[in-house]
Design a protein around this ligand. Structure first.
Ligand code: SF4
Length: 273
């Protein structure tokens, strides 16, 4: 779809969870307001204006972003020891626990494999979806916003079959927050893209749709953790991971070329950030 950005407002901080930018985009191929799809425009679209003069369709909307990873926070963490290890909360599937919807563990991410080798960490592991729905289970995604919107009652979590799993996802998120609080967690390392654990990029609507739509945002559990002051990074936040490795072993040489997920050229181009 040939979307062209016409105008963009500066980023404006709304609160600790949100930044707004307003976009106006145009697609000359669209003739009526009812026929557009926004698969390449990751914004909730609030309005349309049909210009009869040139048959262009103008669409404007507000794009909300939550703050990106906080690498300074990781650099400023205390120096852990084997006696007093760094307290991490991790998506359980990362750590080899079979809790994926498809009855799998997702323990093969190199960044996570390396992290788990350090002896100066104490890992609390939890799967919010397994807590509420068991394993295996159906696949679910957020519709109408991100995890913050779900917590605010403005978006829903639906299975592929259309069943509403919103309440269970919020319950799982609350239990994960409880685990973080009980263990006095200092940093959360969660699986990106998950409707529960995602922290940088998640789907808007079903991931197995013909034209899946990505959005910058957090899953429900990650959003609740962030809202309660916890810092979250994902397996793809390579710069943050490098800072974490250095914290766990000062002899680790930080790769200066490492970037976090939202700094990746694909994200920059796709999301316009
Ligand atoms: S909900 Fe989180 S911990 Fe559970 S399988 Fe999905 S990503 Fe892993």
């Amino acid at each position: 779809m040939g979307w062209n950005e016409i105008k963009r407002s500066p980023f404006k901080k709304v609160n600790d969870e949100r930044y707004h930018i307003t976009l106006i985009v145009r697609c000359s191929k669209i003739r009526t307001p009812n026929t557009y799809t926004n698969s390449s425009v990751p914004v909730p679209l609030f309005g349309t204006r049909h210009s009869l003069a040139n048959l262009n369709l103008y669409i404007w909307g507000t794009h909300t972003l939550h703050p990106m990873t906080d690498i300074e926070y990781i650099r400023n963490l205390r120096t852990p020891s084997t006696e007093d290890p760094l307290r991490l909360l991790m998506s359980a599937c990362f750590t080899g626990i079979v809790c994926g919807f498809d009855n799998q563990a997702y323990a093969d991410y190199p960044t996570i494999i390396q992290l788990l080798k350090y002896d100066k960490i104490k890992v609390s592991r939890f799967c919010p979806e397994d807590f509420s729905f068991g394993t295996p289970r159906r696949l679910c995604d957020i519709h109408g916003g991100d995890g913050f919107d779900v917590l605010n009652g403005k978006a829903k979590v639906l299975t592929e079959e259309g069943d509403d799993w919103t309440a269970g996802m919020i319950e799982g998120a609350k239990k994960m927050l409880e685990v973080a609080q009980k263990n006095n967690v200092e940093l959360c390392v969660l699986m990106d893209v998950s409707a529960a654990c995602g922290s940088q990029v998640i789907y808007e609507g079903m991931r197995r749709a013909e034209n899946p739509v990505y959005q910058v945002g957090a899953g429900v559990a990650a959003a609740l953790l962030i809202r309660n002051g916890y810092k979250v990074i994902s397996q793809r936040d390579y710069a943050s991971m490098e800072a974490l490795y250095h914290k766990l072993n000062p002899a680790h040489t930080v790769n200066p070329d490492a970037i976090d997920h939202l700094q990746h050229p694909w994200c920059k181009e796709h999301f316009g950030i």
